[in-house]
Design a binder for this molecule. Structure first.
Ligand SMILES: [Zn+2]
Length: 340
């Protein structure tokens, strides 16, 4: 919904991520090496019930060997998004995207797609998603889905009921398993968007971290028409309230259309009309006299109360939209209605 510029603050969190991951480096390298050795020619490897031929086995071995080297020299964890594709080309030299889906049985164990075995060896789920990542996301203030900004990213685990952060790989792990624990490829999102995005990576708007200084961070805008506001107050009927999802200008219209088509943004937001109704009342209630008194009362006390946040009912700074669901829409409408 809004990109995050890779600046010194983000880089310092990414450095912490690397430090934490480094504590597991020996164990992860060992797991990668053990997986590689399964393809050294001395094991029984079958695919769809048929023995794999020597050329296929060698390709897998070379792929994992490249991964082991890159993991060992530390080039993957903090790789920047602009380098993802170039690295992908190197890995594609060993195994094509489709070949990573080969469901392989090793020494008669349960057939498992190769990319799953790779992400398992790299500790994506157990070490990164469940252990290292959550405290860092709390630090970054990301609790809302980076795609729709309408839902929280926390899910409960099946069985244990334990909460965990739903994470998406911008470059899907089925095609880019070597990036499965790369900081700038991990994007917190809601279960709804994770399901709808699936393995898609062709849309530019899906990328969260931006290293290019000239790329705008925010190209979407929510709007409510003046007519719908008038009609609502005439009848006090919320069915007159409609929110629309727009591109900030014609040059980014394709990004908007892609986001709408992929996640159904307008449909989701028009289910939150009660929030907009409260905003319409807030815009009427907080006249200059009330705001003046609030500022006089609280503004002086070293900002104990953030007056803009109080009036809006959520975070009021543009770079805070990831802290709480619906904040992007509330900020956009708050500006339109003169609340902030
Ligand atoms: Zn979402």
């Amino acid at each position: 919904m809004r990109k995050i510029r890779i600046d010194a603050d983000v880089e310092s969190i990414a450095d912490e991520f690397q430090l934490e991951l480094d504590k597991h480096k020996t164990e992860i390298l060992q797991a990668i090496r053990e997986l590689k050795e399964k393809f050294d020619g001395s094991h029984s490897l079958t695919r769809k019930g048929t023995a794999m031929d020597a050329a296929e086995v060698k390709k897998c071995y070379d792929y994992i060997d490249q991964l082991e080297n890159d993991y060992d020299n530390g080039s993957l964890t903090l790789m920047k998004p602009n380098d993802f594709e170039k690295t992908h080309q190197t890995y594609k030299g060993y195994l094509k995207d489709q070949e990573l889906k080969w469901s392989i049985s090793i020494d008669r164990d349960k057939a498992t797609p190769l990319h799953r075995r790779l992400t398992g060896a790299m500790g994506y789920q157990t070490i990164v998603r469940d252990e290292i990542y959550p405290p860092l996301m709390r630090k970054m203030g990301i609790k809302a889905c980076v795609y729709c900004n309408a839902n929280y990213t926390v899910s409960a685990e099946k069985g244990s009921g334990k909460g965990y952060f739903e994470l998406d790989h911008w470059k899907p792990e089925s095609k880019y398993p070597f990036l499965c624990t790369s900081f700038y490829n991990l994007q917190p999102c809601c279960p709804h968007c994770n399901k709808r995005k699936s393995a898609s990576d062709k849309y530019e708007f899906l990328k969260l971290y931006e290293e290019d200084q000239n790329v705008p961070l925010d190209v979407f805008e929510f709007q409510i028409t003046k007519g719908s506001i008038v009609r609502y107050f005439n009848k006090l009927d919320t069915s007159h309230i409609k929110v629309s999802f727009k591109a900030t200008d014609a040059s980014v219209k394709k990004l908007r259309n892609d986001a709408e088509q992929k996640f159904g943004i307008e449909g989701i937001y028009n289910e939150h009309i009660d929030v907009i109704e409260e905003m319409l009342w807030r815009a009427k209630f907080y006249d200059n006299v009330i705001v003046g008194s609030m500022t006089w009362l609280y503004g002086k006390r070293n900002s104990i109360v953030d007056v803009a946040r109080f009036k809006l009912g959520t975070y009021a700074e543009e770079d805070e939209i990831h802290k709480r669901p619906l904040t992007k829409m509330m900020q956009d409408l708050g500006k339109q209605l003169g609340i902030i």
